[in-house]
Design a protein around this ligand. Structure first.
Ligand SMILES: NC(=O)c1ccc[n+]([C@@H]2O[C@H](COP(=O)([O-])OP(=O)(O)OC[C@H]3O[C@@H](n4cnc5c(N)ncnc54)[C@H](OP(=O)(O)O)[C@@H]3O)[C@@H](O)[C@H]2O)c1
Length: 320
């Protein structure tokens, strides 16, 4: 089943449902997951330099290209610039590494993964520490990093560029100097963190929202799981609607976001849930049910990236 797309501010199309791949790091699991998603009709994959799975994704894409099952132009691939590459001259180095692993000439979307930078200490570590064993925070002007991103877009290595985990003020700063506007801001967004204010702000600027952790990231790492935190997938209103529409709770949660006009990137490694998550285009939630879901917002952020708290660009101090 083909997924529907939306048109970005640069005219490129982006499929509304993509496969998330965070924490899918074992080679066989990752390859089987990507195959299951492509076979289920996914035409959008979300990865990142930091997910350590670009090479496995690249292998499967090659397999499908060579078998004639897929053409490059049929698949939308997003990857992300890691925080140790924020200096303008280092931005192109990171995408070159990603493209090599993905075995692609270009990605469809390249995002600044986080607005906070860390200083490369020469050891190539993903999370470098300073002499005092504290995160090696680095203050690179985000506008400089954006200039590096524009260079990547001009070189043809990314069809579209954007940001992730940027708050309104940070996005505004980029928009003020941008020659190429961000096409999307990828942020945590689900029933309990609906991001309506950010969504409307970005909409006015012609920037889309890509909702990450759209199912509430139930298997996020232990240090991000607070005891007693509510699970989006157990929400009583979503459960009632699942019964009413004869759909799964996951489908209701994803349809809600898509119907608001967002792109969603649910992660699953389970073939039947992979298939289920992409089947959200053959039903519509009524206006009344959309309002019931909207009333469930708790402004609850699960992915707080506290390891970056104290950095001058830590994004989540802005009121929701
Ligand atoms: N830019 C960023 O900083 C950032 C941060 C976080 C995430 N992301 C992106 O967003 C993607 C999705 O977010 P996420 O991985 O945090 O969480 P998520 O998609 O909200 O949830 C994934 C979890 O839900 C389960 N699941 C999937 N479909 C389901 C269904 N229909 N019913 C019940 N359970 C279901 C999965 O288990 P099974 O695999 O067993 O199905 C998995 O444990 C990531 O993979 C990544 O690509 C980006």
């Amino acid at each position: 089943m083909a997924t529907q797309s939306l048109t970005l501010n640069n005219g490129h199309k982006m499929p509304l449902v993509g496969l998330g791949s965070w924490q899918v790091t074992s080679p066989e699991e990752c390859k089987d997951t990507i195959r299951a998603a492509l076979d289920a009709g996914y035409r959008h994959i979300d990865t990142a330099y930091a997910y350590h799975n670009e090479a496995f994704i690249g292998e499967v894409l090659q397999e499908y290209f060579k078998a004639g099952k897929l053409r490059r132009e049929d698949i939308f691939v997003t990857t992300k610039l890691w925080v140790t590459y924020h200096e303008k001259d280092r931005v192109p180095l990171c995408i070159v590494e990603s493209l090599k692993k993905l075995q692609l000439d270009y990605v469809d979307m390249y995002l600044i993964h986080l607005p906070v930078g860390l200083r490369e200490t020469g050891k190539g570590e993903p999370f470098p520490l300073d002499e005092n064993d504290k995160p090696a925070f680095q203050d690179v002007l985000l506008t400089d990093t954006w200039k590096g991103m524009e260079q990547v877009a001009r070189s043809g290595q990314a069809k579209s560029i954007g940001v992730s985990n940027f708050n309104m003020e940070q996005t505004e700063r980029i928009c003020k100097i941008a020659e190429i506007l961000p096409a999307t801001n990828q942020v945590e967004c689900h029933l309990y963190l609906q991001q309506e204010k950010l969504f409307q702000f970005l909409k006015e600027k012609g920037i889309t929202v890509t909702a990450y952790s759209p199912l509430g990231s139930p298997t996020r790492p232990a240090h991000m799981l607070k005891e007693g935190a509510p699970r989006v997938l157990d929400d009583p209103v979503a459960k009632d609607l699942a019964t009413k529409y004869k759909r799964s709770v996951g489908q209701i949660l994803l349809r809600y976001l898509v119907q608001r006009g967002m792109i969603v990137i649910p992660k699953s490694s389970n073939p039947s849930r992979i298939l289920e998550n992409v089947k959200v285009f053959d039903f519509e939630l009524s206006g009344e049910d959309m309002s019931k879901l909207s009333a469930q917002d708790k402004k609850l952020r699960f992915l707080t990236f506290l390891e970056f708290k104290g950095h001058s660009e830590y994004p989540f101090d802005e009121p929701l």
